[in-house]
Design a protein around this ligand. Structure first.
Ligand code: GLC
Ligand code: CA
Length: 548
């Protein structure tokens, strides 16, 4: 089926887009009950369009007991009543598409809520009955020993005893999230029906939540099994057979090589997050040395033309650090999680601005990299204005507080009594909504928001950022990170200083002799490139985008 809303159907749109991640609940409350909703989000589409982003990624908005903020789905084919109705969703979709905004939703295929009717039926069905077989059961906790526990802050086993079933059920996340059994072909069928339901409503892509864990097999660590890739290939075939220009975005929190496998042979996902890069960007900043970034980029496999990395700085979860070496982890904790409660088990549960102490230069540097490294950038709602977090709230709730629209009551997010908000707005003197909000930044040309709009617009003018190749340069001064982005028509030089002091770097640009670098963010020409080393001086945390 062709795309219902957008007129152009460029199948590689996901390489040129900029994605904005948000939770409907957190964005804008249209009916004053303290909870953001689809009509509210629809009202705010102008804001998103002005920002310049071209796709939205919506966190789960399905009926759910919200034990894991909606990643515990109780009904795959409906909208949580607090966020509106299916009609509201459809109106939102039309309004988004009318503005040229694509919409990516969550396909939480690995597990459901324990309140899902499938689970309620399964626990009551006899062992061996088809309904029972929707989930993974065991008489002992010894099955699949050696499988890591992901939410180690709360869970001590991947098995939980169900007194109704008289058996243990398997779960990779919270105990309230039983894993579906993909050894049962009916489960996959049900998931394909779920895909069909949302694709028919015009959804442009799915974020495939926790995709490495679909299948289980004794004697393995139960991640990335060939069986799981086989399921994914069926899902992709289904997508391609019936729809055009829709995509899969894989959530795989593993090494670049393992992530690479989720693109398959062009028959699995279109995009995957570059998880390992994220903590290394922050590491480079506190070490004042680019090496952690360049090492990771070197280890990143090149992707064929139709695949894309999805890049981000922060998201709705805590920042994972498990792929770092112990000393690097400690360095990150020291710099970014000085209080124990800033950690969720081993991960750092903070937003971008407070992570870098609200330092505008560091925020802009990180965004300049996000927007110019190979991949599709993702913004986390609120980070475009430098919103803060609330480390007093449990789990990851501190980075999921209401969007700060203005200095009015409840940050302009809701007309409800403040104590009825789904979560308190940020109120501290540094990041509180009186200081950090959209309205004031829209009036201030020097604000983060307006800088962001300009940078997004700049990136959107040059396809080379989304699609071009990258060549790393290695100036002797390790505080300087430099790379070339190039395609058949354009060559961009990105030079960044990851340190707190002015730095000089000498670049080997001999291949570009005779060309003149031009500043893209400001007006201005640099001296022509000669045969010798090309010297550049950069202020603290400065990043220049130069067009050759
Ligand atoms: C993903 C989500 C996370 C959720 C988990 C379990 O990792 O990003 O928020 O808790 O899946 O569904
Ligand atoms: Ca509401």
């Amino acid at each position: 089926m062709a795309h219902p809303g957008l007129t152009h159907s460029d199948t590689l749109w996901y390489k040129d887009t900029i994605i904005y991640e948000l939770h409907v609940r957190a964005f804008y409350d249209s009916n004053g009950d303290g909870i953001g909703d689809f009509p509210g989000l629809t009202q705010k589409l102008d804001y998103l369009q002005d920002l310049g982003i071209t796709a939205l990624w919506l966190l789960p908005f399905y009926p759910s007991p919200l034990r894991d903020d909606g990643y515990d789905v109780a009904d795959y084919q409906n909208v949580h009543p607090a966020y509106g109705t299916l009609d509201d969703f459809q109106r939102f979709m039309q309004a988004a598409h009318a503005r040229g905004l694509r919409v990516i939703t969550e396909l939480v295929a690995n597990h459901t809520s324990d309140q899902h009717p499938w689970f309620q039926a399964a626990r009551r069905a006899k062992p061996g009955a088809p309904a029972r077989d929707f989930y993974v059961w065991s008489d002992t906790e010894q099955r699949y020993a050696g499988t890591p526990i992901i939410f180690r802050d709360v869970e001590t086993s991947n098995w939980t005893w169900d007194p109704v079933a008289g058996a243990y059920y398997w779960h990779r996340f919270f105990a309230q999230q039983p894993d579906l059994n993909y050894a049962n072909p009916r489960v996959l069928d049900a998931m394909l029906q779920t895909m069909r339901f949302w694709l028919d409503l015009g959804v442009d892509g799915f974020r495939l939540d926790a995709i490495p864990y679909l299948c289980e097999r004794e004697g393995t660590n139960n991640a990335n099994l060939p069986e799981t890739h086989a399921i994914l290939k069926v899902m992709r075939r289904f997508l391609d057979q019936h729809y055009e220009g829709r995509i899969f975005l894989a959530e795989v929190t593993q090494t670049p090589a393992d992530i690479r496998a989720y693109f398959g042979e062009g028959d699995e996902c279109h995009m995957a997050y570059h998880f390992p890069l994220v903590p290394r960007l922050f590491l480079a900043l506190c070490q004042e040395d680019r090496t952690s970034i360049t090492d990771m980029l070197q280890q990143t496999p090149a992707l064929p033309d139709d695949y894309q990395w999805a890049l981000f700085l922060r998201n709705h979860d805590a920042m994972g650090v498990k792929m770092l070496m112990e000393a690097e982890r400690q360095r990150l904790y020291q710099a970014y999680a000085p209080e124990p409660r800033m950690l969720l088990h081993t991960e750092i549960r903070r937003r971008l601005a407070p992570l870098v102490h609200g330092h505008l230069g560091r925020i802009q540097l990180l965004y300049s990299l996000l927007l110019s490294l190979p991949g599709t950038p993702i913004f986390y709602y609120g980070d475009e204005i430098g919103m803060g977090d609330n480390v007093v709230l449990e789990d990851r709730a501190g980075v999921r507080t209401p969007m700060q629209w203005s200095g009015d009551r409840n940050a302009g997010f809701s007309q409800a009594d403040s104590q009825r908000l789904y979560a308190p707005v940020i109120m501290d003197p540094v990041y509180g909504y009186q200081v950090i909000n959209v309205e004031s930044q829209e009036r201030d040309p020097a604000s983060l928001l307006q800088w962001m709009q300009r940078m997004i617009a700049l990136r959107q003018q040059h396809q080379v950022f989304g699609r071009g190749e990258m060549t790393l340069l290695y100036p002797r001064n390790h505080t300087i990170l430099a790379y070339i982005r190039h395609d058949a028509t354009e060559t961009m030089l990105i030079v960044a200083n990851v340190s707190s002091q002015p730095q000089r770097g000498e670049l080997d640009l001999a291949a570009y002799t005779g060309l003149i670098p031009r500043e893209m963010c400001r007006e201005g020409e640099f001296p022509a490139i000669g045969a010798g080393p090309y010297g550049l001086t950069l202020g603290p945390y400065a990043c220049s985008w130069l067009r050759l």
